[in-house]
Design a protein around this ligand. Sequence first.
Ligand SMILES: [Zn+2]
Length: 310
Amino acid sequence: MKERLTPIEKINIASEFAKNFVQRWDLKAIQRKDGSYLSIKHPLTHDDILDHLKGEITLGAYVLNPDSMAHFTVMDADDETNFSGLIGVSMVLMARKIPSYIEESRRGGHLWMFFDPMDGWKARSLGNTIAEKFGVTCEVFPKQDKLGEGPGSLIRLPFGVHQKTGKRYGFIDRTGNPLAPTLLEQLKILSYPEKVQLSDVESYLPTKKPVNLPGNSIQEGSGTSWSQIKEKINIKDFIGQYVELRSSGGGAMGKCPFHDDTHNSFGVNEKGNYWHCFAGCGGGSVIDFYMKLKGVDFKTAVEDLRQWTK
Ligand SMILES: [Zn+2]
């Protein structure tokens, strides 16, 4: 950044930039020389962001905020072929009036989509669905649906120096030219990015969480009962009483008992001990299955299923 800016101008630039890109101020991640990140339990400050923009340090940007919400989805292609694919995706999205931004990187590059904060799993699903639809192989951020123990995935905060190459990477337009002539001008554009309207991407968004992995779905207590049931009931045998299942891969497929299924939309994963309907009926543990099938609550399901664990 140019030194001719006044200190107040610099702080304004940092805080406007941070509005979209910084999800948490309670800790920071600093890029090491090998490109990896060191997470530091020390508050992030506007001065840190200015140091990042000046190239004195390089910060990582956490993708989920402490409430597991996301302001953006990033698709990260790490080779030229897939990066070209992302530029193609950006063009198609633009034709549908869905804004996205392309950033170069060490290898390949990133496609960024900004929106008003939404659940992390939706943001992730948006990227994954687009990648699949367009056949682009890339990593999608956020990498987690929801935060667990740690602060989750992070991506290099734009406009810094990549520690591994010593280079700065900017944003480009769809013809490969810089989005604006200077990084400062690009920074201003990205501080007020055009946002994706959720109504425009509804076709890319699931209506509910696609795979309800066991553990995620259990809200109530009875941890012991749940783990006993999980350990002792073979989900394939149990569901096999109600659904005609055919073995395939690590599980089995059949007609979904929850909708008028003309395909084999219903899958059981033996290893993960969960079921899932690909037509949108949901999924989950054996308890979720029983609740849905019998129309009973969690407590009743656990009580009824307990006999199966004996
Ligand atoms: Zn179904």
